[in-house]
Design a protein around this ligand. Structure first.
Ligand code: ZN
Length: 91
């Protein structure tokens, strides 16, 4: 068992050497999936748990408690694609 390693594979952009933490979005556990959001409250590290935020896939979702379990939820495919596009457009 290597929980920290398993978790790292769920956060594909976080450990890149270039542009760390400079992406204009954050991953957010919400409604059973990990969505990415550009919501300002998330970007400024305020965690609006149980508030509605806009995700990159265009949904309005309720932010879940960022528990260990929540970070293991499956990644939203649409958000993942949008996040990659955003990250690519920065460089
Ligand atoms: Zn999404």
């Amino acid at each position: 068992m290597a929980p920290s390693r398993a978790r790292a594979t769920c956060v594909p952009n976080r450990h890149r050497r270039t542009g760390t933490a400079m992406h204009p979005f954050r991953w957010t556990p919400a409604e059973g999936k990990r969505h990415a959001t550009t919501d300002r409250r998330r970007l400024t590290r305020l965690y609006p748990v149980s508030e509605q935020i806009e995700t990159l896939c265009g949904q309005s979702v309720e932010v879940a408690e960022p528990s260990e379990l929540a970070w293991l939820w499956e990644t939203c495919v649409s958000c993942n694609e949008s996040a990659h596009l955003l990250a690519a457009s920065e460089s």
